[in-house]
Design a protein around this ligand. Structure first.
Ligand code: MN
Length: 149
C-alpha cells in the first residue's frame, strides 16, 4: 500500500504527526501499538510493524482483552514507522482531528499471514496472547483473541 494515502491526507505544516517514509523491511524486531484516538468518534488504532510500515486498523470498540469477543477492525492507510510513538492533538479541521494517546504498546510474533487472515502473538503492557485478524471484505476485518496461550 505504501504511504501515499497517509501523506496525501495530511498537511504537515499543521499537524504534528510524523511525515515519514517507508523503511526497508526486516531491520528490527516487530512492534505494535494501540493508540486511543478521541476523534469525532472515539476509536482505537491498532498498528502492526510490517513490510517497513505500520499496517493499521481502526477498532471502534477496542482490541479484545478476553477470548470470545469479536471486534470489527476497519483497515486504514499504512502509517510510517515513526507514528508508533506519536501522541498529541491533531488540530481542528485536519484529518483525524482530536487527541491521540498510546493505550498499549509492545512486540509481536507473526505466526501466519495470507490474504484472508493474520495470526500473531502480542506481548504488550496490557495485551498479551494469540490474536487473529480475519478479512471479511473490503476494508473490514474481525479481530479476536484466541483461547489459551
Ligand atoms: Mn484514528
Amino acid at each position: 500500500m505504501g504511504l501515499e494515502a497517509y501523506n496525501s491526507k495530511r498537511d504537515f505544516l499543521k499537524t504534528t504527526e510524523p511525515s515519514g517514509s517507508q523503511k526497508p523491511a526486516g531491520a528490527s524486531a516487530s512492534r505494535f501499538v494501540v493508540q486511543k484516538h478521541t476523534a469525532s468518534h472515539l476509536h482505537y488504532d491498532f498498528r502492526l510493524e510490517m513490510d517497513g510500515v505500520l499496517k493499521s486498523w481502526a477498532v471502534p470498540k477496542g482490541v479484545p482483552e478476553q477470548p470470545g469477543i469479536r471486534r470489527l477492525a476497519v483497515q486504514t492507510e499504512d502509517h510510517p514507522l515513526d507514528y508508533i510513538t506519536f501522541e498529541g492533538v491533531i488540530p481542528e479541521g485536519e484529518y483525524g482531528a482530536g487527541r491521540v494517546e498510546i493505550w498499549d504498546s509492545g512486540t509481536f510474533v507473526l505466526n501466519e499471514k495470507d490474504s484472508k487472515k493474520i495470526e500473531f502473538a502480542l506481548k504488550g503492557g496490557k495485551l498479551a496472547g494469540s490474536y487473529v485478524l480475519i478479512h471479511t471484505g473490503e476494508d473490514n476485518w474481525l479481530m479476536l483473541k484466541k483461547k489459551g496461550a
